[in-house]
Design a protein around this ligand. Structure first.
Ligand code: ZN
Length: 176
């Protein structure tokens, strides 16, 4: 994603939060709490990966998809983990398209702090929905638009959309 164009001032809280809690991995924490009702922002969990709603999004519906295993880099991922991860990238694009109708997506991975990774110890794929003109609108109205839907409402909406036909359930897929 291009952070020069997407204006997201609340990300400073994310950066400071990471600095304040050095050593704590929020993806591992979310994965550990995935089965507890009301904790975290976990959208779903497959056998080897987890999908989390980004608490500090670049845009509405910004998802993070990560291997469950705490690995810093794709070079440490197994073929099975890579396949599971990319299946989820595909399925989450389908899910977001159905739920919130974006015009496009940014899909990317930041590896290392110098490349913009806020959590360099645990590799994750960003899936960021985009709409025509969103950068222009955001630069004027900022969080008025971006926070128009609360994260918990959005999470409920996406979980509901995941029940519709066509979205493969990662659990059932990984058992094939
Ligand atoms: Zn981790």
């Amino acid at each position: 994603m291009d952070r020069k164009n997407l204006w997201a001032p609340w990300r400073i809280g994310y950066i400071q939060g990471i600095a304040d809690k050095a050593g704590e991995c929020f993806l591992c924490r979310e994965a550990a709490h995935a089965d507890q009702h009301g904790t975290g922002l976990v959208l779903l969990r497959s056998r080897l990966s987890i999908v989390v709603l980004n608490r500090f999004p670049y845009n509405n519906g910004h998802l993070l998809i990560a291997p469950l295993r705490h690995i810093a880099d794709l070079t440490e991922a197994t073929d099975e983990e890579m396949l599971d991860l990319m299946h989820l990238v595909r399925d989450m694009q389908t899910l977001l398209s159905r739920a919130i109708s974006p015009h496009g997506f940014n899909v990317g991975i930041n590896l290392g702090r110098c490349a913009g990774a806020g959590l360099p110890g645990h590799v994750h794929v960003h899936v960021v929905p985009r709409w025509n003109g969103d950068t222009n609108f955001m630069s004027v109205c900022g969080d008025t638009k971006l926070i128009s839907q609360s994260l918990t409402d959005l999470l409920d909406q996406l979980k509901e959309a995941a029940k519709t036909p066509g979205i493969q359930k990662p659990e059932s897929r990984s058992q094939k």
